[in-house]
Design a protein around this ligand. Structure first.
Ligand code: NDP
Ligand code: HSE
Length: 429
């Protein structure tokens, strides 16, 4: 090889950063042939220099102050693998682009909050901003949408975007285990965010959905408009009820763009057992995009973990080594349109509603009356015998109808002395 190597600064040497070092070591020769030049890590930074990371980092220059990596004279590209929407990750990202260096990040929180600003800065500096690993880990969905499907109008994109939640839900399904017990296992496997509430409360999936929506629809990233909830309140009993009805429970993000505006939502859904998303298990992710010429595309694979995520980061490095830059959001940032958020009350669908209720006379009548008064038509209703605490599970599946009506029915019931805790509402995909 005669071309100069691509010189890389790596910020963050945790799960993903360690994976990147290992991958570049393991596949060095192949990567060099594919990239047309060597890709060399020159400098690294993290919090604790003395930590044993299971990889040899003594061969790289160590920089204490992460933000200073951007000004390092011997680097072409900074890879940000620290995490967090602000703080050191944002400071480094800004400093990198200001210094006229390309930036790769796996940080969906950073992009959800500051993606537009960073894309503008990258375009102004004529450098690359790449983030394949930020959505669906090792699955090349960013490239798929930005490049492969670039000729299509995409009106809908949806999928399973959080490996931790999918791991938990499918373990609960297979083993009948409790939520908290399985969460600890997902954390130990390195899938979960530093703050795992981002995973289980749907925030991480919302970050990713806002990136996908922007790429798919040519709209400005609008994370603040994503409606989201997570999986904390899902009981093993909900998963069993769903199975009895022919469904599986998955945390699904859905985004649509149309005349009513931009709709973005992440919620647990009931997914029919024969839907491809129902077969996505463990830490796998899947994204479906519907293009007006290509039809339905399904991207699926490992959504988290060191190896798959490093695979996506290094793919971005190879792109930059080849000189493949291109606008981060598939079109210049100035061309991205601002679409108002759509009103979800207008949407129609079927719903699974679960109530924990007191085992006393009139409770079912009260729930049925709230449904009737709000105009919600009940397709089926199940009641299961008393739990240890005396509460009873009531699960309702509604006929298709406006979401506003379901919201009204639940509002009427909220605070009722007949209910033990908040009702659970899951949309049926
Ligand atoms: P880790 O927590 O494993 O690693 C974070 C790294 O950042 C550590 O090396 C840590 O240093 C360093 N760091 C933290 N704070 C600072 C700071 N203030 N200054 C300098 N360095 C700091 O995170 P992950 O590797 O799991 O994730 C990294 C990024 O990749 C995140 O944005 C995450 O969302 C994203 N991501 C992660 C995936 C995964 O499966 N884990 C999948 C896809 C994306 P030290 O080691 O010294 O403590
Ligand atoms: N915490 C994330 C997940 C990592 O569980 O999907 C991948 O983005």
């Amino acid at each position: 090889m005669t071309a100069d190597p691509l010189r890389v600064a790596l910020a963050g040497l945790g799960t993903v950063g360690g994976g990147v070092v290992r991958l570049l070591d393991a596949n060095r020769e192949l990567i060099e042939r594919r990239a047309g030049r060597a890709i060399e890590i020159v400098a690294v930074s993290a919090r604790d220099r003395s930590k044993d990371r299971g990889v040899d980092i003594a061969r790289f220059a160590w920089v204490d102050d992460t933000a200073r990596l951007a000004g390092h004279p011997d680097i072409d590209v900074v890879v940000e693998l620290i995490g967090g929407s602000d703080g050191p990750a944002l400071a480094l990202a800004r400093a990198t682009l200001e210094a006229g260096k390309s930036l790769i990040t796996a940080n969906k929180a950073l992009l959800a909050h500051h993606g537009l600003e960073l894309a503008e800065a990258a375009e102004a500096a004529g450098v690359a901003l790449k983030f394949e690993a930020a959505v669906a880990g090792g699955v090349p969905v960013i490239k798929g949408l930005r490049d492969g499907a670039a000729a299509n109008r995409i009106d809908r994109v949806y999928g399973i975007l959080n490996g931790t939640c999918n791991f938990i839900l499918t373990k609960m399904e297979a083993e009948g285990r409790d939520f908290a017990d399985v969460l600890a296992e997902a954390q130990a496997l390195g899938f979960a965010e530093a703050d795992p509430s981002f995973d289980i409360d749907g925030v991480d999936a919302a970050h990713k959905l806002s990136i996908l929506a922007s790429l798919s629809f040519g709209t400005r990233p609008a994370f603040a408009d994503v409606q989201s909830s997570g999986i904390r309140q899902i009981l093993a009993a909900d998963i069993a009820e769903a199975a009895a009805l022919g469904y599986r429970v998955r945390l699904v993000g859905v985004a649509e763009a149309g005349p009513n505006g931009l709709f973005q939502r992440v919620h647990p859904h009931l997914v029919a057992a024969d839907d491809p998303l129902a077969h996505v298990s463990g830490a796998l992710n899947a994204v479906v995009a519907e293009g007006n010429f290509v039809g339905r595309l399904l991207f699926q694979g490992a959504g988290a973990g060191d190896g798959p995520t490093a695979s996506a980061v290094v793919a971005d490095l190879i792109d930059i080594a080849r000189g493949e830059f291109g606008p981060p959001y598939a079109m210049p940032a100035a061309s991205l349109s601002a679409l108002a958020p759509a009103d979800s009350g207008e949407r129609r669908g079927r719903a699974y509603l679960r109530f924990m209720v007191a085992d006393k006379v009139g409770v079912l009548a009260e729930i049925a009356a709230a449904m009737r008064d709000a105009g919600v038509s009940i397709e089926s209703l199940m009641q299961r015998g008393a739990n240890g605490d005396g509460s009873v599970l009531v699960a309702i599946v509604t006929h298709e109808g406006p979401e506003r009506a379901v919201a009204h029915a639940l509002d009427k019931l909220r605070g009722s002395s007949s209910l033990a805790g908040d009702p659970l509402w899951m949309h049926i995909l």
